[in-house]
Design a protein around this ligand. Structure first.
Ligand code: ZN
Length: 149
């Protein structure tokens, strides 16, 4: 009984330290061609950072698909334009584009979520980064800022 109590309190301590820095974010996407998050912060004290993308809509991927790509702000338009020609079967993305820092797959109803985990050493503190969707035309509405500290 005592041993079990110790184990439980050790577990509590361990999870408290894991969550000391916020090493993940959830970004929701919708049938209104939007993300409900306009910016998020990546803390470089996290070795890895996880972005979870959810889709709250009911439209399928070929109509209202969304992904989440992270790149330098200067690279985003080029990545989106190149992705357009790759087609839905490639998630409207040339995954080999060197400017892509991280990306999720593209999802649409009935898929509800996906996530990507990346190494924060790929980002420089204070750099100018953005996240965006590469479904054709979506970048005009579906983009936001990634703050790195
Ligand atoms: Zn989209």
């Amino acid at each position: 009984m005592f041993a079990k109590a110790v184990a439980v309190s050790l577990l509590t301590l361990a999870s408290a330290s894991v969550f000391a820095a916020e090493c993940s974010v959830t970004v929701e996407s919708t049938d209104q061609m939007s993300y409900t998050t306009k910016e998020f912060t990546v803390d470089k004290s996290c070795k890895e950072f996880t972005v979870k993308l959810t889709h709250s809509g009911s439209l399928p991927k070929n109509v209202m698909g969304h992904n989440l790509v992270i790149s330098k702000t200067a690279d985003m338009q080029g990545i989106a334009t190149e992705g357009m020609s790759k087609g839905l079967e490639n998630d409207y993305l040339n995954a080999a584009n060197a400017g892509i820092i991280a990306h999720t797959k593209m999802i649409g109803a009935p898929e509800k979520e996906t996530e990507v985990k990346f190494d924060t050493s790929k980002l420089e503190a204070g750099g100018d980064y953005s996240f965006f969707c590469t479904f054709p035309g979506h970048i005009s509405m579906m983009k936001g800022k990634v703050i790195v500290k």
